[in-house]
Design a binder for this molecule. Structure first.
Ligand code: PGA
Length: 262
């Protein structure tokens, strides 16, 4: 398990008001300051748009702060959408694109994700691109095809020199959320290897250094196993990180494991 940087992040989804976000970040920063040095660990949170500014101000560069989505256009008649320059002005460190819930509830397609990826890179925003197969894909054993297709479409026309700014989150749809199954670590390893192979095919050697992180029911009891044996560069946590003490202990446990196996 040797990796350049360990990514540990949480998508808050449609949770936390500004004041709840401020309380959470203050507590998280306090807990992290009492634990081991973050070193090359990159901790990030992805609040709702409304809380980005307050969280970013508090985070003071110690924690990356992302956005959960964006439109690809610079501006225009797109009621309810947020543009790349708006995020740029907030100084976000990354923008999450193509999350399973965006695909499921808002009909987000791979071609839309591709437009967003190209636009994000154009505006120097770091895209965190989510891919993952459905339960049906898994049953019919076409998960590699599905994820390969998602990657090839989402990454079309990405200039080779810009791939260094991308992060991929592998999140099988069937593992996301409270009523789902937990992915076993062999499946995660198989898929992370496949993702790296597709990225290398697309971008050559540079593709091999694109970070691949895992999300989908990551929690205190499976995080270390996934990190050790899942072949990933980090973890992308939902529910299990929505209380600061739980996220802080998960981060600290992961840092210990990463150090001991470096
Ligand atoms: P979960 O969500 O950890 O609550 O399953 C993961 C995600 O949607 O990224």
């Amino acid at each position: 398990m040797s990796r350049q940087c360990l990514f540990l992040g949480s998508n808050w989804k449609m949770n936390k008001t500004v004041s709840e976000a401020v309380t959470y970040i203050s507590e998280l920063l306090d807990l992290l300051s009492r634990g081991p040095d973050l070193g090359s660990t990159r901790v990030f949170v992805i609040p709702p748009f409304t809380a980005i500014q307050a969280v970013k101000a508090l985070a003071g560069g110690k924690i990356w702060v992302g956005a959960q989505n964006m439109h690809w256009a610079e501006s225009g008649a797109y009621t309810g959408e947020i543009s790349p320059p708006m995020l740029q002005e907030l100084g976000v460190d990354l923008v999450e694109l193509g999350h399973a819930e965006r695909r499921q509830h808002f009909n987000e397609t791979d071609t839309a994700v591709n437009l967003k990826v190209i636009s994000a890179l154009h505006y120097n925003l770091r895209p965190l691109i989510c891919v993952g197969e459905s339960q049906e894909d898994k049953e019919y054993v076409v998960e590699k095809e599905t994820v390969g297709r998602q990657l090839r479409i989402s990454l079309r026309d990405v200039p080779p020199g810009r791939s260094g700014n991308i992060i991929i989150a592998y999140e099988p749809f069937w593992a996301i959320g409270h009523d789902r199954m937990t992915a076993d670590v062999d499946h995660i390893r198989m898929m992370s290897q496949h993702i790296r192979a597709v990225l290398e095919d697309l971008f050559g050697n540079a593709g091999g250094s694109i970070p691949v992180i895992y999300g989908g029911d990551v929690n205190g009891s499976n995080a270390l196993r996934i990190l050790i044996d899942g072949g990933v560069d980090g973890l992308f946590v939902g529910r299990a990180a929505w209380e600061a003490p739980a996220f802080a202990s998960l981060i600290q446990a992961c840092i210990e494991v990463a150090r001991n196996s470096a």
